[in-house]
Design a protein around this ligand. Sequence first.
Ligand SMILES: [Zn+2]
Length: 256
Amino acid sequence: MTAVDATQDEQPSVYQTRYGERTFSYHLCYLPEHKKATIRVHVHPNGMVQVDAPEKSQLPEIKAAVQRRAKWILKHLDDIEERNRYVQPRAWVSGESMLYLGRRYVLKVIDDPSQRKVTCKLIGGQLRVQGKELTTERTQKAVRQWYRDRAEDVFQRRLTMMVEALPWAKTIPDWRMIEMQTQWGSCSPEGAVLLNPHLIKANTRAIDYVLLHELCHLLEHNHSPRFYALLDRFMPEWRSVKERLDGQAEQLLLGA
Ligand SMILES: [Zn+2]
């Protein structure tokens, strides 16, 4: 999945192209055939270039289409690089904004000499990290662990609910978390699901979309028309959910 993209999992098809002195790579994604389908190029906020092509397109045709858009793609990649140059790295101090389940919380770092173990709790609108000698590293580590714990719990609960609704999913698949820079999740041919812990910062609908995407792969291993038909059936609005999630990728992958 994205820059992070729920559709970039199994067998990523990555190609490279040259334009003038420069090269860039792109992910090729085949879409089910429908009337108005054309080859489309997207540049995700994290700099991933995705090319959607109708299922029956030939590779030379796709490559020519990418070449025609190359100048436009490189312009976007340059803009992203320029923007990222000014993204301030997190300082892990009170007042910073933290995302959890699509909502913003204020980080509060409380130095408490009496507390040996660092704790991290969501209290009211605050994500409160408390402990003694709170260095940037200790604060970051505590927040990171909190995100992982929350992700573990929320993903398991949503998967349980979803499995009950999907006729082909008899039990919760084996799953684990792994940090990924360009995917929200993946599903191996053997049915093992990997989920990106950063996804816990997105809203529940987006989490459900990613889980549903991977669960549909248990039945349909490729992004075939049958696969998209399953998504349409169980989450008719998945396209807008995915678009929103991909648009937030840069933000969700930042920090903790
Ligand atoms: Zn997929």
